[in-house]
Design a protein around this ligand. Structure first.
Ligand code: NAD
Length: 352
């Protein structure tokens, strides 16, 4: 593991096996200097254990950066269960995973990711208290998507201000790829602020909802990135900013909620900067969801969670200003700030 390209000084990787249920999983803790490591559980039919480890290393590091940029008292972690969520999932297997999480005594707190449902989270919670990010009795929270969307909206405002010099979204043209949970709620906020919307989605029901309630123009999914607009907001897929799409962009800003938007960060982040397109780093702009999860862990009020989410706009404005001053791509600046915060916390912890 120490020689793998995705190993980044991770604190710990724990492997688990439960013979009775066939559970095989792992929990990666990238860094816990800022607080307990937090990130979702992903259940996926990995080709082999190396693929599962690679994913856990990459995703747990991503959570460290996301949590640091959202200024949360949380480190970065991620757990993966090796298996097909449609075929292999049983309540006893979920409980085995819950016991694995519990064995770390709160050093890792799990939320939801691909392959997990609210019901699964409840099953985990029946064996460990270190579970968050789903509707829990007596606690704020539940579905993190609305807060993610509110953060994305605040981030779009900050990006429009930096790129176009205006605080007013009235008449600003936004092309949204994917109007599911995050994309649709973001569209609602944009519409209320007077923006003009163009959308695309592979799901007909979601397209219909966007046209009927938002009056959005619909285009085909393979051309949404090439729409002439002010902002392109990817809210569906990863790796959407790539060799094919970047030359076709006709916007000044890319700012949306999808994870891992840059196909190859070093190459495609630089390409956007070369084209003079302002890119809002995905893990900064989509931090509202994890802020919601964190608020549930620490029992924050809805007001505090909302205020923290609105800070995303301020953080992005700082990233944009530094990128401009240093003539560097925005994703590089965000990575540097995140690493700096994690290193400072690690040194403080070591000194203590
Ligand atoms: P979702 O499944 O509710 O919505 C995604 C939408 O994209 C769906 O309507 C789907 O039909 C559509 N879509 C899929 N392929 C498409 C394509 N080729 N072209 C256009 N549309 C397509 O998911 P979500 O929760 O809204 O998440 C959207 C993105 O935001 C994901 O990348 C997710 O990882 C990221 N994200 C979500 C949250 C959250 O709180 N839900 C938090 C952080 C990041």
């Amino acid at each position: 593991m120490f020689d793998m390209p995705d190993y980044d000084g991770h604190e710990a990787v724990h492997w688990f096996h439960d013979a009775a249920t066939g559970y095989r999983g792992l929990i990666a803790i990238h860094n816990s200097a800022l607080g307990p490591a937090c990130g979702g559980t992903r259940m996926w039919a990995y080709a082999d254990a190396n693929a599962a480890l690679t994913d856990a290393l990459r995703l747990s590091k991503g959570m460290s950066y996301k949590n640091a940029m959202a200024e949360l008292p949380l480190g970065g972690g991620k757990s993966v269960i090796i298996g097909d969520a449609r075929k292999d999932k049983t309540a006893s297997l979920m409980r085995a995973h819950g016991r694995a999480v519990d064995s770390l005594n709160g050093r890792y707190v799990t939320a939801m990711d691909v392959g997990m449902t609210e019901a699964d989270m409840e099953t985990l919670a029946s064996v460990t208290p270190h579970v968050a990010g789903y509707a829990q009795k007596g606690k704020t929270g539940g579905d993190p998507s609305p807060m993610t969307a509110w953060g994305v909206f605040c981030g779009i405002k900050a990006a429009v201000k930096a790129a176009l010099g205006t605080d007013d979204l009235n008449g600003i043209r936004v092309a949204i790829q994917g109007v599911g949970n995050v994309g649709y709620d973001t569209a609602l906020h944009l519409k209320a602020a007077g923006a003009t919307l163009t959308v695309a989605d592979v799901n007909e029901t979601n397209v219909k909802r966007a046209t009927e309630t938002l009056g959005a123009t619909v285009v085909a999914t393979d051309v949404i990135h090439a729409v002439e607009a002010d902002v392109f907001a990817p809210c569906a897929l990863g790796a959407i900013l790539n060799d094919q799409t970047i030359p076709a962009l006709k916007v000044k800003v890319v700012a949306g909620g999808a994870n891992n938007q840059l196909a190859k960060p070093a190459i495609h982040g630089a390409k956007l900067a070369e084209r003079g397109i302002l890119y809002a780093p995905d893990y900064v702009i989509n931090g509202g969801g994890i802020i919601r999860v964190c608020g549930q862990i620490y029992d924050w009020s809805d007001e505090a969670i909302r205020a923290k989410t609105e800070r995303i706009g301020v953080t992005l404005a700082e990233v944009f200003a530094a990128a401009k001053a240093e003539n560097r791509p925005t994703h590089e600046v965000a990575d540097r700030i995140a690493r700096g915060r994690i290193e400072a916390a690690s040194q403080k912890k070591a000194a203590a």
